[in-house]
Ligand binder design. Structure first.
Ligand SMILES: [Zn+2]
Ligand SMILES: [Zn+2]
Length: 243
């Protein structure tokens, strides 16, 4: 996106425009809410609910990991029911080095050049959220509707290290560790998403057709890439019979 365009149409290109405004007494009340994306946060939850802040709807445990500066990019830490969507989402992200921007190769609203991924959430009628926001939920945590900011100024960038969440302090002393970890996790996730695409093409042609329709060039490029996919990288739940 050129800077001239950005200057000419700042309001159109700024998809953060409609973000939720932080209330003065943010996170002063906690209530029970639905499970978050991270499997370990629901351990011990017998009623299928977990603590969430009533204003932002953020998961309390996710906010505390965020405060500590913890970051995850691992399908195995994602709640089972969300894993396919997680892999579908990252299949459309061009994951690069930790310091690079990670462009979204999925759907865009044609009129305003803002990315979107369909994913319903429990607090509103919205059915689509920006790719950056989804990337944020899947890595930093389920921060609900807290406003986010892309520090690289590309509102469609999906590199979690380029996304900051407003209203919650992040501690950055772990930054080097995050970079090391993210390098390893992206390589792993790259193989896992490729395997997901191959398995879907083979076992679920209808879904695959939908994925292809989103961006055929990108999917073809991904499937044609010569990276070897070892069977060890195949997530277990994908080979298990679902019932
Ligand atoms: Zn959580
Ligand atoms: Zn970026």
């Amino acid at each position: 996106m050129s800077s001239i365009l950005r200057k000419a149409f700042p309001s159109i290109l700024n998809n953060n425009m409609a973000q939720w405004a932080l209330p003065p007494k943010l996170h002063s009340e906690i209530g029970a809410g639905p499970l978050c994306f991270f499997g370990e946060h629901s351990i011990g939850s017998r009623d299928g609910l977990l603590p969430r802040y009533t204003d932002s709807h953020a998961c309390v445990k996710c906010v505390s990991s965020l405060t500590e500066g913890r970051l995850a990019l691992d399908v195995h830490r994602i709640e089972k029911i969300h894993r396919r969507r997680f892999l579908e989402f990252w299949s459309f992200v061009e994951m690069g080095d930790p310091e690079e921007c990670w462009p979204w190769r999925g759907k865009f609203h044609s009129r305003c050049n803002s990315s979107y991924f369909p994913i319903p959430r429990h607090w509103g009628s919205g059915r689509q959220y920006s790719a950056s926001r989804v990337a944020c939920w899947f890595t930093w945590g389920d921060i609900g509707r807290l406003p986010i900011k892309n520090t690289c100024n590309d509102n469609n960038c999906c590199n979690p290290l380029h996304i900051r969440i407003k209203g919650v302090p992040h501690f950055f002393h772990r930054r080097t560790l995050d970079t090391v970890d993210i390098e390893f996790s992206t390589r792993k996730l790259d193989s896992e998403t490729l395997c997901f695409l191959e398995t879907t093409a083979d076992k679920d042609p209808k879904t695959f057709e939908r994925l292809e329709k989103t961006n055929k060039i990108w999917i073809n490029w991904r499937m044609g890439s010569s990276d070897p996919v070892s069977s060890i990288m195949t997530p277990k739940f994908m080979t298990e019979q679902s019932n």
